[in-house]
Design a protein around this ligand. Sequence first.
Ligand SMILES: Cc1cc2nc3c(=O)[nH]c(=O)nc-3n(C[C@H](O)[C@H](O)[C@H](O)COP(=O)(O)O)c2cc1C
Length: 181
Amino acid sequence: MSRQLFLYALCGSQRQASTSRRLLEALRRACPEGITIEICDLIGDLPIFNPDDEGERTPAIVEQFAAQLQRADGLIVSCPEYAHGIPGGFKNALDWLVSRDEVPFKPLMFAHASHRGDLVLEQLTEVLQTMSLRVVEPAFLRVPIAGKSDEAQAAILLDASESGALQASLGRFAEAIRAEP
Ligand SMILES: Cc1cc2nc3c(=O)[nH]c(=O)nc-3n(C[C@H](O)[C@H](O)[C@H](O)COP(=O)(O)O)c2cc1C
């Protein structure tokens, strides 16, 4: 039997009606057996990164965030593009991890909720690879719900689930994780 996988999902938007988050929630609901997904709720509460506050001075919430990342077999990132770049709050969360040892070599998949935003994908890939994360490209998922009405979003996500597209991406991601030495 293949081992149970725990995936930690990071959302780059703090918006209440975030489409990035909605996509992560659809993935969580569509999770095949053997995989569980938890969506991180800590990113909006992290203080602004300051290297003076690392080591013994690391804030408790950063340690909590890092502990969940440590536990995770893989990460899912769903992040909008802001002004052709990475939203500041999300980059702040990543900055807290740069000098720590939880994320290097951790597998990661992108779940992208927009038909646009290719620049943020490029920039995130550069940043995450610089942090030694392993982006699993075959698992990349794009479900373009950004800018659509609530009903249209629901219909597109239902179709993505019923067609098996969500499960297929998760399956490719799980396969890549399980194939690791
Ligand atoms: C401040 C701001 C800047 C944005 N800049 C871009 C951009 O440069 N390129 C783009 O494709 N979309 C841009 N957008 C649109 C967002 O990517 C889009 O609204 C997306 O749905 C937001 O993600 P969310 O629904 O998860 O909050 C911007 C939105 C905001 C609020």
